[in-house]
Ligand binder design. Structure first.
Ligand code: NDP
Length: 478
């Protein structure tokens, strides 16, 4: 039992003014869709309708690609790199100025706790624009030749788990390298991307350099298959990533894919256990586990299994689930009814296959989409919950005896996005890191992101890198 109750500490939503309906952002203006179709975006925490958003059809995508092409040819490719950088610096500063508004809007539309949107998502968005603004006039020193050239028009499709941050990961490097973009946000989280369109206007960005087309999977398909784009950047599920790879294979389009993951978070018996438990919690319950690099498979050395589990259960009992706008909330809402159904289904499969399910006592709100922090023990390698991405607040726990066994188990997955290692031995960290088939290996920490550090996967987690010097390659003709 907690020693005291928390008073509610809601962030005011008065700082955001959500419009009743939004058009598409094409050629620097908000415009209606050609066929007049629209869909609603809701708050997953309350199911309240937030706004009506235009569903872009193929003709709209065509208009957006043309606007991006014209802006590329007539304005953006002819600008001096330093001038491009100035626009990016300006965008970064406006993001900082409007940070509180963007954080509240992100939490409303996505369901993530304000603590995370305020302290993680939005600061990282600004950091991405600042970082890439710095690269704009230094590309000849990036290691891609003396005069690296942009690709042209980029078609970018992003998911709902970090809506504005994924937009920043896509748009900042594209613009810094001299490309123009058409971006499609996820159907369930379009509002911060549309506000970003306003920020582009506010920054005086030349019309057509950034275009935002809202819609569902069909809009994304129309964008990535459009013959007028030179580059496809996608973050989302492995299944859709494969479809996109197939569709682009016979074309000259350059493609980067950032797909799913099933990361191992590995705790050795000499690890500082309390710190490791914080890292386990951050690894899988951050953003409700809607994280491609989430530490969804915990591998614990057998000798400390009881100690780690007792400590983890104690810690999970203190997590507060509820109103995403409350500053005391640790676990927010699941992003959509469809995602909740998927988490429920895989959790039932976990039980049916023989794993033991545990959640701390946790009252779920009646309205909205909620799932309690959940831990499965007694999980074997063959279980679906050990192999498939659940993309929710569900941890599967396995054990190991030796470092070699930990490596074997960690790599026994079709994915390879990230991994975590907890030990006080630096030599063991290096030994593990050189054997783990994962794009990122965190040592004694987890889910740490930085614009200077490349991020991306092995195997079915995709190809290409985002962030850092390596990430520039995706947007340069090298
Ligand atoms: P999707 O891969 O379906 O969605 C990602 C983005 O692609 C969205 O903008 C989506 O639009 C769009 N899209 C969907 N179909 C197509 C298509 N054929 N061509 C082009 N674009 C398309 O992921 P979901 O949102 O459906 O999530 C399903 C699962 O994917 C999750 O449970 C999770 O396991 C995984 N996932 C992984 C992510 C990661 O970061 N690696 C992120 C999100 C999901 P729309 O949203 O409008 O459907």
């Amino acid at each position: 039992m907690p020693k005291f109750e928390y008073a509610p500490a809601p962030e005011s939503r008065a700082i955001v003014s959500i419009k009743e309906s939004y058009g598409l952002f094409i050629g620097g203006e908000f415009t209606p869709g050609v066929d007049g179709r629209a869909f609603k975006t809701i708050s997953p925490a309350t199911e309240e309708v937030l706004a009506e958003v235009t569903e872009a059809g193929p003709a709209d995508v065509d208009r957006a690609v043309s606007a991006a092409r014209t802006a590329y040819q007539d304005v953006w490719s002819g600008l001096s790199p330093a001038a491009r950088g100035k626009y990016l610096f300006r965008i970064a500063r406006i993001v900082q100025e409007r940070a509180r508004e963007l954080a509240v809007l992100e939490s409303l539309d996505n369901g993530k706790p304000i603590r995370e949107s305020r302290d993680v998502d939005i600061p990282l968005v600004a950091a991405h624009f600042f970082y890439h603004a710095g690269w704009a006039d230094k590309l000849e020193y990036a290691g891609y030749g003396p005069a690296p050239r942009p690709l042209g028009v980029a078609g970018q499709v992003i998911p709902w788990n970090f809506p504005l941050l994924m937009l920043a990961w896509k748009i900042a490097p594209a613009l810094a390298c001299g490309n123009t973009v058409v971006l499609k946000p996820a159907e369930t989280t379009p509002l911060t991307a549309l506000t970003f369109a306003e920020i582009c206007q506010q920054a005086g960005l030349p019309p057509g350099v950034v275009n935002i087309v809202t819609g569902a999977g069909e809009t994304g398909r129309a964008l990535v298959t459009h013959p007028g784009i030179d580059k496809v950047a996608f973050t989302g599920s492995t299944e859709v990533g494969k479809q996109i790879a197939r569709a682009c294979a016979p074309t000259r389009k350059k493609v980067t894919l950032e797909l799913g993951g099933k990361a191992a978070n590995i705790v050795f018996d000499d690890a500082p256990i309390d710190q490791a438990v914080e890292g386990i919690v951050n690894g899988i319950f951050f953003n409700q586990g809607h994280v491609c690099c989430a530490g969804s498979r915990l591998l614990v050395q057998e000798s400390v299994y009881e100690q780690v589990m007792a400590s983890l259960q104690r810690r999970l009992a203190t997590l507060r689930l509820g109103d995403p706008l409350d500053k005391n909330t640790d676990v927010g809402a699941i992003n959509s009814a469809a995602q909740l159904a998927k988490i429920r289904e895989l959790s039932l499969v976990g039980e049916a296959e023989g794993a033991q399910r545990w959640s701390p006592p946790c009252e779920l709100p009646v309205k909205g989409f909620w799932f309690p922090p959940t831990v499965f023990t007694g999980v074997s390698q063959a279980h679906r919950i050990a192999r498939e991405e659940i993309f929710g607040p569900v941890l599967s726990v396995l054990t190991f005896r030796t470092p070699a066994e930990a490596v074997e188990k960690a790599n026994n997955t079709p994915y390879g996005l990230s991994a975590g290692v907890w030990t006080e031995k630096g030599s063991l960290i290096f030994w593990m890191a050189s054997r783990l088939r994962a794009g990122v290996v965190w040592a004694n920490t987890f889910n740490k992101f930085d614009p200077t550090s490349p991020f991306g996967g092995y195997k079915e987690s995709g190809y290409g890198r985002e962030g850092g010097r390596h990430g520039l390659e995706a947007y340069l003709d090298v």
